[in-house]
Design a binder for this molecule. Sequence first.
Ligand code: URA
Ligand code: SF4
Length: 196
Amino acid sequence: MSEEKRQADSLSLVAEEVRGCAKCPLSTTRTNAVPGEGPPDAAVVVIGEGPGRNEDFQGRPFVGAAGKQLDALLKDAGLVRAEVYITNVVKCRPPENRRPTDAEAEACRPYLERQVALIRPTVIVLLGDSALKRFLPEQTLGGAHGRLFTRGGLSLFPTYHPAAMIYNRALEKVSSEDFKALGRVLAGLGPKPRPG
Ligand code: URA
Ligand code: SF4
């Protein structure tokens, strides 16, 4: 995004557009759209799959059980929720929490791209397959989790979705190690440069 476009766009404008969006069928079943939240200058952007039931009720990302897991994992990386920007591949809840379709993810993609272009994070954490597929389509989670990738000027760090470890406790340890590795990556990259 050019500097001029960045100045014309803003996270609150994106959020407003998301709340009024009807670009895909998920608009017809949502209670509230969930644009995402966090500081506009966050060094870390976390991308989940899509809002669940609690998120749909509240209009906020990761406020349910998966959110509790995420908070604990962020701690492993030396981060707190208040300093990261949290959003999702699709901003409206897929019925019955099914995976978003490719068509839904593509319809929603411009919002995610604008958010990333505005925030310019040091690292983007991709939670689970849906986020991985948008950014590193040739990778699998099994091979890519816990590693840093550079693609299109973005630094990408895939890991498992925190909801997955509610069903698979063995993943808890793996994810915890991934987030510790993320902490080391962030320490190595140093502070985020100021824009300009
Ligand atoms: N799972 C997600 O992928 N996103 C949320 O916001 C909550 C649960
Ligand atoms: Fe629009 Fe995205 Fe919601 Fe679909 S999921 S209606 S594209 S905001």
